[in-house]
Design a protein around this ligand. Structure first.
Ligand code: ATP
Length: 202
């Protein structure tokens, strides 16, 4: 165990765009875990007036702002997912702050099990702060269809974003547990319960 928090188990939950991380995280919450949601923290850290907000405007310009001066996340995503060096720049601005917030949230949590839902867990070098890595996998076809149904983002745009990410198969090789989310929710829930039981034994 790589435990930094001796009295808690930290599960790092990751996967691809729309592979089912949030769905799985909620299942763990149903069993008693607390969720730390890296995406939510990232949204918080780009709030109007924050240091990260200022840095984003300095690099990407005021064109990424909505009329109320908040950052338009769709516009920003449109820019960076068409340009890998821009994506890298954005990640370099956001990641350090999000990592700081994640560590703080874990430290402050009173739960016995914390699930860190972080799409970029591996890429951002966060494996060291978790005890177990769980990767949610799904076929490319289901991934695209589920994201399309949820967001209505064009399929070619979804594929572009998926291609910017580390392949799911590569992530799965680094996992302590893999959850196959190709089936129905009942099937996924039973895998979550199995991990929950095994986790206490290891
Ligand atoms: P994101 O990368 O956008 O944060 P995510 O990995 O958290 O996405 P979810 O939001 O959990 O993925 O799932 C994507 C969509 O697929 C959601 O609308 C969810 O309800 C649906 N979904 C997830 N798992 C299943 C399943 N096993 N069967 C049917 N629909 C599912």
């Amino acid at each position: 165990m790589k435990k930094q928090n001796q009295n808690k188990i930290i599960l790092g939950l990751t996967g691809g765009f729309g592979s089912g991380k949030t769905t799985v995280a909620k299942m763990f919450r149903g069993l008693g875990a607390e969720i730390v949601d890296a995406d939510k923290l990232a949204h918080n850290c780009i709030k109007k007036g924050s240091g990260v907000y200022q840095k984003i405007i300095a690099i990407f310009g005021k064109g990424v702002l909505q009329s109320d001066k908040k950052i338009d996340r769709r516009k920003l995503a449109g820019l960076v997912f068409n340009n890998r060096s821009m994506l890298k720049k954005l990640n370099n601005i956001i990641h350090p702050e999000v990592i700081r917030m994640i560590k703080e949230s874990i430290l402050l949590s009173r739960a016995k099990v914390v699930v860190l839902d972080a799409p970029l867990l591996i890429e951002a070098g966060l494996c060291d702060i978790v005890d177990k890595i769980i990767v949610v996998i799904v076929s490319r076809h289901k991934q695209v269809e589920r994201v399309f149904k949820k967001t209505k983002i064009k399929r070619e745009e979804i594929l572009k974003r998926i291609r910017c990410q580390m392949p799911l198969s590569k992530k799965a090789r680094l996992a302590d547990f893999v959850i196959d989310n190709n089936g129905d929710l009942k099937d996924t829930k039973s895998q979550v319960k199995q991990i929950w039981r095994r986790m206490w034994k290891s």
